[in-house]
Design a protein around this ligand. Structure first.
Ligand code: FES
Length: 132
């Protein structure tokens, strides 16, 4: 996508494989986040932006464009993607940061008391077993 196709204040929704990405030109900087709101899946690319925060068009959940942080719940993040401009073309990195951030809680934001390893269960429970 060319820079001139996304003027300041505009957004675009881009399909990349299975992912849908909302790309914003906010004050001349580009930001890419998942297009899917984690609440009920509304397209964040159709949301409005206030002070660097995209507001979901459906129920107004708010996410910081810079890092995907939800403004109401400090433990909720949406995936973000790095954006680069080269020769007037806009590129979105599909790997990298987005691989570290998933829906839900970000491990590093959990208090240390909640960090523990869950042992892998290697043997399935006996399917014949009956619980009473
Ligand atoms: S779908 Fe986004 S806030 Fe409900």
């Amino acid at each position: 996508m060319k820079e001139e196709e996304l003027p300041i204040g505009k957004s675009a929704i881009i399909s990349a494989g299975e992912a849908e990405i909302a790309l914003f030109n906010y004050k001349g900087n580009y930001y890419a986040v998942t297009n899917k709101c984690p609440h009920r899946g509304a397209p964040l690319g159709e949301g409005r932006i206030e002070e660097g925060i995209v507001i979901c068009p459906n129920h107004e959940w708010r996410f910081k464009l810079e890092n995907g942080a939800n403004m109401q719940n400090p433990e909720l993040f949406i995936p973000t993607y790095p954006v680069k401009v080269k020769d007037d073309n806009i590129y979105i990195g599909l790997e990298g940061e987005s691989g570290n951030i998933a829906y839900g809680k970000k491990a590093s934001t959990l208090p240390s008391s909640l960090k523990f390893n869950v042992p892998t269960i290697q043997k399935p429970r006996n399917p014949e077993e009956e619980l009473d």
